[in-house]
Design a protein around this ligand. Structure first.
Ligand SMILES: C[S@@+](CC[C@H](N)C(=O)[O-])C[C@H]1O[C@@H](n2cnc3c(N)ncnc32)[C@H](O)[C@@H]1O
Length: 285
């Protein structure tokens, strides 16, 4: 299905066209997620995976929305309450509503944000969105190679590692397979953070025998993701907690996304994915 027409997609009508290096014959994590969020930067192959996921987890779009709402609450908290003025957002995904820079720069327009993703489509759309913003940039790099991110010229230009940093790893470490050392990757980023920094993450969760039905659904979704996207791990609570190392978890700890400091008027959708997507924020003293 991929062709060599060099074109920036404007949406479904452009399915058969592709920007350079965008392979529309294979589903992409960023574009499947965009499909769940109701975006238009996805192709037929992505929607096929999205629709197969909906058959297992009809509330997958709610899980995506819940993750974005969690992200916005975390960034607002870090910017407005904790005084963080620089964010490194790894596995940032396609631009959507309420991006990190919009929330953080709503608190202080001088806040600096570096978005990192390994999918070239994110770079193209991110650059288009951010063309006019000198405090924000997007780079193409792989979380599995932390040095390539920490030593990237754009990161060195915008992030001062002598000042507290907001490290954001939303829905990214579950796309790192067990044999790719997610613990070592998380540890390397934690180590690079100066004191006073925060690490926030969300992650697919398998609650195990305590919730057999939810656990079975998580295993089915894991199989589907691995067969179609090549990644996707629904990990145990202890595995996810290990990514925070010895940082101090803020209240209420590692919880289903909707339970992390909810807005008073929030409408919580408690579907099958409620317990299979968790998040937390930790502080480096
Ligand atoms: C589910 S999206 C999450 C987007 C955003 N962080 C959020 O939570 O709303 C996961 C993103 O991680 C990116 N990603 C997956 N594996 C990656 C890797 N090895 N290095 C960098 N980014 C990666 C995908 O391209 C995708 O954009």
């Amino acid at each position: 299905m991929a062709d060599d027409d060099q074109h920036v997609s404007e949406g479904p009508a452009d399915d058969e066209r592709a920007i350079p290096r965008i392979d529309t014959s294979k589903p992409s994590i960023a574009r499947v997620y965009d499909f769940f969020l109701g975006g238009k930067d996805n192709y037929a192959i992505d929607r096929q995976v999205g629709e197969a996921t909906l058959r297992i987890a009809p509330d997958a779009p709610a899980a995506g929305r819940s993750n974005r709402a969690f992200l916005r609450r975390v960034v607002r908290h870090l910017a407005a309450e904790a005084g963080i003025r620089q964010f490194l957002d790894i596995g940032s995904g396609l631009p959507t509503q309420g991006n990190v820079h919009e929330v953080a720069q709503g608190v202080d327009p001088a806040t600096r944000v570096v978005y990192v993703d390994n999918d070239p489509i994110v770079l193209v759309h991110g650059r288009a969105l951010l063309a006019t913003n000198g405090s924000t940039t997007v780079i193409e790099a792989d979380v599995r190679d932390p040095e390539s991110i920490l030593n990237h010229p754009a990161v060195e230009a915008l992030i001062d590692f002598d000042q507290p940093v907001g490290l954001l790893m939303f829905a990214i470490l579950h796309h790192v397979n067990d044999d790719e050392d997610p613990q070592g990757i998380a540890a390397r980023f934690r180590e690079a953070l100066p004191s006073g920094s925060y690490m926030a993450l969300s992650h697919f969760h398998n609650p195990g025998p305590a919730m057999p039905e939810v656990s079975a659904q998580a295993s089915t979704a894991e199989k589907l993701f691995n067969e179609n996207l090549g990644t996707g791990r629904w990990r145990t609570r202890d595995e996810i907690l290990s990514y925070f190392g010895d940082l101090r978890l803020l209240d209420p700890g590692l919880v289903p996304l909707a339970e992390w400091r909810p807005d008073p008027d929030a409408i919580v959708e408690r579907g099958i994915t409620y317990h299979t997507f968790v998040g937390g924020v930790a502080h480096k003293p």
